[in-house]
Design a protein around this ligand. Structure first.
Ligand code: PLP
Length: 432
């Protein structure tokens, strides 16, 4: 029997194109294997934050709430659109992070979030499915998370148009994105854009000036445009010059031809990676009727239901209970702040040390947020070659190389390095 003979065209396409043997998980396995041969290996491959003692960083209030759930709260079916108390609280929790003057617009021009199964990936998949057909163009940054390729370009077979998020000096620049939008406006019937800040792998978030430039382009666009905001790491920003929350409130209400799909979830925002809960919020370019608002929400719910049923119940109940209880809400935000401060200490330590050294091979980009630092390769070496060399010296990293879109660099996940190991990390990085 040849299983491939049973596959649909789409199944064959997925088999041929989606590669699970490379990327973060593969480099994590390599780092773990190396740790068995060599003592003191630093594993900076995985984007899950860990405490200084190596244990997973979690939020005790959420852990406790999950422990106290009743059987009904865990095992009964969840509402297909999301548990009402939870999604309402999630919307408030998100909007509260925006500057006050933007909160009203953000509420007025958007739906309630809809839960998607399978984390943010589920949210990206479901929303892209209902908005784009095979062959439609999506503008995606050269510096991007591997699953973006899996979802948009390999599974859904959308057409890639790549913009350079990072210039040669490693700074964020929207000029390439803007010129790609202007080109696509002339050539395409509709445009999709994927934005992810804080960015994986580069650790970059934009400044207010940069976003203003982008807003001006969004205001002028005259073909239907959908902007996907992958807000996995929202709130983890360490410099005042960078926007510390989602771009959502800056982009809604600007242009009737533009909709914003905000994809977020508990994975990183509440340090609950395995809870598999993502959310999709639709943002409009103008005020819409209640019917139109409900319709947008319903389409996403229908797509979710017909793909993956409903999202997990337990995490919705626990998060809803915590967010809706004044004391618990305060407590979990203090715990979140404590975790982000820990990440910020590692970030500051790394920035300081990098500022004192030079490498002939690695050029740090202007990372200012998120879980990662990123280094472009200055010479002709491939990033994977560099990652292999670093691993031999006891540092696990993840290479990102894509000759076609000009990205060649290594990602160092400071979220999973203890502060005392940051100096050793930088020493290894700059020893090759
Ligand atoms: C940019 C980005 N989006 C989303 C996610 C999380 O997706 P999920 O919730 O599906 O695990 C990650 C995780 O690594 C990510 O880096």
């Amino acid at each position: 029997m040849n299983f491939r003979d049973f596959l649909s065209k789409r199944g064959k396409h997925i088999e041929d194109n989606v590669d699970l043997s490379e990327g973060t998980l593969a480099w994590n396995l390599r780092a773990k294997k190396k740790a068995k041969e060599l003592s003191g290996v630093i594993n900076a491959t995985i984007g899950s934050a860990t405490e200084d003692d190596g244990k997973l960083m979690v939020l005790p209030t959420l852990v406790e709430e999950l422990r106290n759930l009743t059987s009904d709260q865990i095992f009964s079916y969840a509402n297909m659109r999301g548990e009402k108390e939870f999604v309402q609280a999630w919307k408030k929790d998100t909007t509260d992070t925006y500057p006050t003057y933007l909160q009203e617009g953000a509420n007025k021009f958007s739906t309630l979030p809809i839960t998607a199964c399978g984390g943010l990936t589920g949210g990206l998949m479901i929303s892209a499915q209902v908005l784009f057909d095979k062959g439609d163009t999506i503008l995606a940054p050269n510096s991007r998370w591997g699953n973006v390729d899996n979802v948009f370009f390999k599974n859904l077979q959308l057409k890639e148009s790549c913009y350079e998020l990072l210039d040669k000096e490693g700074n964020l620049n929207f000029d390439s994105l803007i010129s790609k939008i202007q080109k696509a406006e002339k050539e395409e019937k509709k445009i999709g854009i994927y934005l992810n800040f804080p960015n994986n792998p580069s650790g970059i978030s934009p400044s207010y000036d940069e976003v203003k430039k982008f807003q001006e382009v969004v205001e002028e666009i005259s073909v239907p445009m959908t902007i996907f905001l992958d807000d996995a790491y929202e709130g983890c920003v360490y410099e005042d010059s960078a926007i510390e929350h989602s771009l959502f409130p800056y982009l809604v209400g600007l242009n009737e031809d533009v909709i914003i799909i905000k994809v977020d979830g508990v994975s990183k925002r509440y340090f609950a990676y395995g809870a598999r809960l993502g959310l999709v919020t639709v943002g409009f370019g103008e005020e819409v009727s209640e019917e139109e608002n409900a319709r947008a929400r319903e389409i996403i719910a229908k797509a979710t239901r017909s793909n993956t049923s409903s999202a997990p119940k337990a995490i919705q109940m626990a998060m809803g209970n915590v967010l809706n209880d004044i004391e618990k809400n305060k407590k979990i935000h203090e715990e979140k702040k404590r975790n982000i401060c820990l990440l910020e200490d590692r970030y500051n330590c790394m920035k300081k040390l990098l500022g004192e050294k030079e490498s002939s091979v690695l050029q740090p980009v202007g990372f200012n947020s998120g879980f990662f630092s990123f280094f472009q390769i200055k010479n002709k070496q491939q990033a994977s070659e560099v990652s292999h060399k670093l691993l031999e010296k006891g540092l696990g990293t993840v290479p990102f190389e894509n000759a076609k879109n000009g990205l060649n660099g290594v990602r160092v996940a400071f979220c999973s390095i203890s502060e005392k190991n940051i100096e050793k990390t930088v020493d290894i990085l700059y020893s090759i």
